[in-house]
Ligand binder design. Structure first.
Ligand code: PFF
Ligand code: NA
Length: 450
């Protein structure tokens, strides 16, 4: 990447960039959150809306964040400030960067708690705990974990230490390179799990649950949840993809790369759903069990399949790895910003941001036990953090981003960045101006009003 305009290191190739972006996108959102949200929101209807949101809203916003980052070459706040300033627009557009960084920090707090659950399940898996378990036993195992604040804290802390260590050392690209082997391994393992799901006798039922929309289940709330999840799963609206774009060379085609990332992310989520729902239905588990869904269904599969011990250890290791690369990407923009804007060193910045998010995470983990009665507008702390970020902050930040790129920036500059041919450019432009912004606004308003 040989462009003098660039002020800092560039990705050594398009591949490394894709790995980093996929590393951020593919995580707990795909394997933990997508299935449980699908289960809570009525299956196929949610999946359908989610897929539409990825294509019509997620893709244009992903491309927008990358192009902004590539033009700005700085942390998300400075990038927005600088581009708006050059266009003689309000510096208020900087709020996109501020809200994004704040959102990333909030998400990191509870993301690390769930990363801790996954870590603790490596241990159960390795000691053969799942072997021969029935559905009551797996539920008890999970509920006992949730009921133990000290244990949750230990795993949450370990997960956060792993994240801070990598970001502080600035070796994130090393981890991303590992994604080249580990992501395909995760995908392969999910396929094996789908294969097991096919033997449960409820495979058809599971697929129907995922892919046959029951349109009566589509409410404003479900559509908002699906849209929010589209943002969450593609790491949008958080300054994360913008920050990654700032390391991106001019020779990378944003559209093709965005499609690659979105397709991989979606395939992994759907595979997770196909591996989980047949097991859920075959064992009489409740699809609407909430955040514990994969931790209660997959151990049943592992406990009853050939090679389950090996596969279960491998699965939770890979899940932790996927969560780790995503969590790093949540910490990176804050650290980039603190490093550029304050006298803090990279290590100090990573510690400050990571430890503060860890503290907030403690409140989130207590909401599963000691503080379960503490609610804000009827939601416990964990759900408040989730709702506030996925359903409010990400859509609003994403909306502002797409309005900025679609309506505020000059078309020539955007077109040069995207490098799209005539037809695709017209399509993109139309989506960025007339589809995504009103769609996000309408969904947001109806969703929040309930
Ligand atoms: N996209 C990640 C996932 O699906 O698990 C979560 C995430 C990472 C969200 C980074 C936001 C982000 F900035
Ligand atoms: Na994702």
């Amino acid at each position: 990447m040989s462009n003098k305009r660039h002020s800092h290191a560039q990705w050594s190739s398009r591949l490394i960039f894709i790995l980093a972006a996929v590393g951020s996108a593919v995580g707990l959102g795909n394997i933990w959150k997508f299935p449980y949200m699908t289960g809570e929101s009525g299956g196929g209807a949610f999946v359908l809306v989610y897929l539409v949101c990825i294509a019509l809203i997620g893709l244009p916003i992903l491309m927008s964040e990358w192009l902004l980052g590539r033009i700005g070459q700085k942390n998300p706040i400075s990038t927005m400030d600088q581009i708006a300033g050059r266009l003689k627009r309000s510096r208020g557009w900087m709020a996109i960067g501020v809200a994004g960084i704040a959102g990333a920090w909030l998400i990191l707090s509870f993301y690390s708690v769930i990363g801790g659950w996954a870590l603790s399940y490596i241990r159960y898996a390795a000691s053969g705990t799942f072997s021969g378990m029935n559905s009551d036993q797996v539920s008890t195992l999970f509920n006992d974990l949730l009921a133990s604040p000290g244990v949750l804290l230990a795993w949450h802390s370990l997960f956060m230490v792993l994240v801070i260590a990598v970001v502080a050392a600035g070796v994130t690209s090393g981890l991303e390179r590992a994604a080249k082997f580990l992501m395909p391994a995760l995908a392969g393992l999910l396929l094996i799990m789908v294969g097991y799901a096919a033997t449960t006798g409820s495979f058809g039922e599971g697929l129907a649950w995922l892919f046959q929309p029951d349109f009566s289940r589509i409410t404003g709330e479900v559509v908002l949840a699906a849209m929010g999840h589209a943002f969450f799963t593609l790491s949008l609206g958080m300054g994360v993809m913008m920050a990654y774009g700032s390391y991106l060379g001019d020779d990378v085609h944003l559209g093709r790369t965005a499609v690659t990332v979105a397709v991989l992310d979606t395939v992994i989520a759907l595979a997770a759903g196909m591996a989980i729902f047949p097991v859920v239905l075959a064992n009489g588990l409740d699809p609407a069990a909430g955040p514990g869904l994969i931790f209660q269904s997959l151990p049943l599969a592992f406990g009853n399949m050939a090679g389950g011990l090996f596969f279960s250890v491998l699965f939770f290791v890979l899940l932790v790895f996927a969560a780790w690369t995503s969590a790093m990407s949540l910490l990176e923009p804050i650290v980039e910003w603190l490093e550029e804007k304050t006298p803090l060193s990279r290590l100090q910045a990573a510690l400050a941001a990571g430890i503060s998010a860890w503290l907030l995470g403690i409140a989130a983990l207590l909401s599963f036990n000691a503080w379960s009665g503490v609610t804000i507008f009827g939601r416990d702390i964990f759900n408040t953090l989730d709702y506030l970020t996925a359903n409010i902050m990400l859509p609003l930040t994403g909306l502002a981003t797409i309005i900025f790129v679609g309506w505020v920036m000059g078309r020539d500059e955007v077109r040069a960045q995207l490098n799209l041919s005539g037809g695709s450019w017209k399509l993109w432009r139309f989506a960025a101006r007339y589809i995504a912004p009103p769609a996000v606004a309408i969904v947001f308003i109806f969703g929040v009003l309930g």
